[in-house]
Design a protein around this ligand. Sequence first.
Ligand SMILES: Nc1nc2c(ncn2[C@@H]2O[C@H](COP(=O)(O)OP(=O)(O)OP(=O)(O)O)[C@@H](O)[C@H]2O)c(=O)[nH]1
Ligand SMILES: [Mg+2]
Length: 473
Amino acid sequence: MKITSGSAWQRIQQQGFDILQRGLDRHVRLAVTGLSRSGKTAFITSLVNQLLEGCDNQHLPFFDVVRQDRFLGCRRISQPHPHIPSFRYDQALQALSSQPAQWPEPTRGLSELRLAIRFRPEKGVTSWLTDTATLFLDIVDYPGEWLLDLPMLNQQYLVWSREQLQLLQSEPRASKAASWLQKAQQIKPDDPVNEDLLRDLAEEYTELLHYFRETLGLHLLQPGRFLLPGEMSGAPLLHFFPLPAATQLEDSISPVPGTQLEQLVKRFDAYRDHVVKGFYKEHFAQFDRQIVLADCLQPLNAGPASFRDLKRAIELILESFNYGRSSLLNRLFAPKIDRLLFAATKADHITPEQHSHLVALLGQLVHGAKQHVRFDGIPCDTMALASIRATTAGYCQHQGESIPAIQGNKADTGEAITLFPGEVPNVLPNDEYWQDNHFEFVSFAPQAKQPDQPLAHIRLDQALAFLLGDKLQ
Ligand SMILES: Nc1nc2c(ncn2[C@@H]2O[C@H](COP(=O)(O)OP(=O)(O)OP(=O)(O)O)[C@@H](O)[C@H]2O)c(=O)[nH]1
Ligand SMILES: [Mg+2]
């Protein structure tokens, strides 16, 4: 009879344990997205911080595994893909812990981080099989702007050009775009390639996109990588733009080799086939769960054009979750996201009685798109949250009346202010709303983080419960 040595026995036990863990499906790849400045970094930083530091009932009352005292601990472990940049948790936390506290820096591109969460399974088959279990949680941060490129997968260069020209020729873009359009009109499709001219026009087009985003607060900006090029910065792959002459060309035209048109078509095709498709294949197809963050408050402050643009951008983002059988993505690969959460961020910017309005507003933004998009039975929820609460809510006296208010320190001056920022509409705002209402969005500085306390939040525990609860039973 063969005697198994102690270490061999441990190995067999470990192998059995690994198979069991895999069988129990204790691994989740959670993707966090949203348009630029929507609050992705703040959300991930706070989520990681709650799991590392704040796992008590007081901070996460709606997170069952904590409430039922089954949470045993969490730590960061090596991320699974060494070629992907790491999510800079320490850097973000350092900024929030500095004096005075700062918001984490804006991020560019995709990053990831892995956590191991140890817990006791609930009573049932799994608790009988194992005393403790580990959930490996990969969190991926990626720009929502990349999802706005989805329609390009289905488009030819001339069609895309015409669509973008239409946007450029209507307000609020038209006044700023006029001089660029005039220059681009000089590009003759049959002229020999002029690399310098194409590069200059592409760079100016990129500057326009930046202006639309940063000054006009618009989101519907293609191609998404022009704004966040990452390691592709300066690459000829990004030297294309919508061609005004496209309005006079037939879609079926075959570009003459060596011409401006041929070069533009080649670059568009390369961008579409490598950059856009590459992202969906290498990353998107690997996500198990997705949270889409939206800042609905800043566009309310910026006005109707910015709000309409946010609505259209959200609709486009949702197209990526359209898994109907004939959908574009399903024809490319089988996406496997099985849970989808939409969250309106920065809810600490409004008084608590407005939170339900914010959820209703987000619900409407998402609902419009849902009519075209089939989520194929995926559990899908909406909520309002503040990843890192920067204000306190209370009441103040105004003309002898007690009215709800929030209190915080302004981000630019540090000055303490108390205000009622305004009402959040619970339906998509119409002309009347824009005439009669003014929503005041003030950027608040984060509160100084106490070393022994996790970051203050609003409803992050409910987001955790929805996104991970079933994996921690
Ligand atoms: N008051 C408050 N402000 C927030 C909160 N989350 C984010 N913010 C504000 O929104 C800004 C952007 O947040 P980030 O988390 O950096 O957003 P992001 O989506 O990662 O932005 P990019 O990295 O530029 O794409 C922050 O600098 C804060 O000013 C929150 O929970 N409360
Ligand atoms: Mg970020």
